[in-house]
Design a binder for this molecule. Structure first.
Ligand code: GDP
Length: 452
């Protein structure tokens, strides 16, 4: 992934700055020039790069920095924050809720990976207990319906489309109506790929959107599109209310800078990235962990060597991904408890982390600790999705705690004990944030600890 090279170049520029004896304006300028060059090489728009430079120079005012302040850290933080800002439009996208019907429409250029991504998105949610359904409103490309049908059948996801009907609006409306009746909660509409010059196709896309009133329109973008991304993304945004972006083919040789442009053009966040042709090569995208990883913040190489030692190769990517995402929700705790009960890969790895396993799997007391974990899981079964997906213990006010206790037949004291345990584990987990995920044989400069 060429993005890794971008991360490497930025990390090196920061390292050079850190090595300088005195940090003055010239050193900062050199560092920023180096970073700008790397961003431009990665196809990030000149305007965005320029803005980033100016913002950082404004934040890091040498006149205002009192002597004794750690300038290196202030500069590093300013650069980190600016990179995050470039990827974060500042407002989250609409999030469908399980059990409540949401219509999600996919748009994008032909060949961007739209149809594949529709299925990946459906499959991702299906695994989490949703009832997704796919509607093929692409009547333009021959074979589009067959492709969707094939993918949907493989993933056992209901689908709707037609070989005869040529009006995509009609198909979309019929499909949505049908799956609403069948109580599906995530209705996904795949539309024809189009190019910004194709006015008729844009009009058709607008009509599908108006007729189905999607709760969310997702713009799918191939990460290799480069500089053209801004204009294309903007053209889509001008015609339909794009609310989120999914960047595909992040596993390829794309420069990746186009992703930043798409965020800027649509003012919408990237919610997932595609990392391969297979159904499960699909990852949730979160800005801060992504930038941390890009810059190799946090030196977990030693920890990872241990992972390579004890975890079977095929289980490593998923495990590393989870660790690197950093945010520890109650749902993750629930999943980890399941893992610990199965003594799967995470169970083994956590046995190496001080504090994690000592209490959960003390030798000779496995039965007792298993019962404790199961008790915690019963209480979590009484939580709402909002509670499970939260990483904020303050959410649990008195009435929520009482509701959970009542729902699970446990005492208030036990719920509080479980929440205390959550806080303790969240603290341990947060230490793993920014874990760099190396591809095969790639243990690059990225894993250098920038905080050193
Ligand atoms: P559409 O025309 O936008 O619907 O695009 P398709 O879904 O047909 O995808 C076009 C090609 O890109 C297919 O060969 C897909 O297998 C491939 N593809 C889609 N997403 C990814 C990805 O994340 N990584 C890789 N390597 N290939 C992908």
């Amino acid at each position: 992934m060429v993005l890794a090279q971008l991360g490497g170049s930025i990390a090196r520029a920061l390292q050079q700055m850190s090595n300088a004896t005195i940090i003055d304006e010239k050193v900062l300028s050199d560092c920023l020039n180096e970073i700008s060059r790397a961003l431009l090489q990665a196809d990030v728009q000149f305007k965005m790069v320029r803005e980033m430079q100016l913002n950082i120079k404004r934040i890091v005012s040498f006149d205002e920095l009192a002597a004794g302040h750690n300038k290196r850290r202030i500069i590093q933080k300013a650069i980190f924050d600016e990179l995050c800002n470039m990827l974060d439009p500042g407002k989250p996208s609409y999030t469908p809720k399980k059990g409540k019907t949401s219509v999600v429409m996919f748009v994008g250029l032909q060949g961007s990976g739209k149809t594949t991504t529709c299925t990946k998105y459906a499959y991702y949610h299906q695994k989490k207990g949703w009832k997704p359904a796919l509607v093929c409103a692409d009547t333009f490309r021959a074979g589009a319906f067959d492709q969707l049908k094939q993918n949907a059948t493989k993933a056992k996801i209901p689908f709707y489309g037609s070989y005869m009907e040529s009006d995509p609006v009609k198909i979309a409306v019929e499909g949505v109506e049908r799956f609403k009746k069948e109580n599906c909660d995530l209705l996904i509409i795949d539309t024809s790929g189009r190019h910004k010059q194709e006015a008729a196709l844009f009009e058709e896309m607008r009509q599908v959107s108006e007729a189905t009133k999607p709760d969310l329109v997702i713009f799918v973008m191939d990460s290799s599109i480069g500089q053209a991304a801004f204009d294309q993304a903007q053209a889509f945004k001008q015609n339909v209310p794009v609310g989120a972006v999914i960047v595909t083919k992040m596993d390829g040789h794309a420069k990746g800078g186009g992703a930043l442009s798409a965020v800027a053009a649509t003012k919408s966040p990237i919610i997932f990235i595609g990392t391969g042709e297979h159904m499960d090569e699909f990852e949730v995208f979160d800005v801060k962990p992504f930038v941390s990883r890009l810059l190799g913040m946090g030196d977990w190489s030693g920890f990872m060597e241990k992972i390579h030692e004890v975890v079977p190769t095929d289980q490593q990517p998923e495990l590393l991904q989870k660790l690197s995402e950093g945010t520890f929700t109650l749902r993750i705790m629930y999943e980890q408890f399941q893992n610990i009960l199965n003594m799967g890969s995470l169970g083994q790895v956590f046995s190496m982390i001080p504090g994690f396993n000592a209490e959960f799997m003390p030798k000779g007391r496995e039965k007792e600790s298993q019962a404790r974990i199961k008790r915690f899981m019963t209480m979590m079964d009484s939580m709402t999705n909002e509670e499970l997906d939260s990483s904020n213990p303050k959410l649990f006010n008195e009435s929520r705690i009482m509701r959970i206790a009542r729902g699970s037949g446990r005492s208030v004291g036990e719920v509080i004990e479980m929440l205390e345990e959550y806080k303790r584990l969240a603290k341990l987990w947060s230490k793993m944030k920014g874990l760099k995920i190396p591809k095969k044989g790639e243990m690059s400069a990225l894993s250098r600890n920038m905080n050193a």
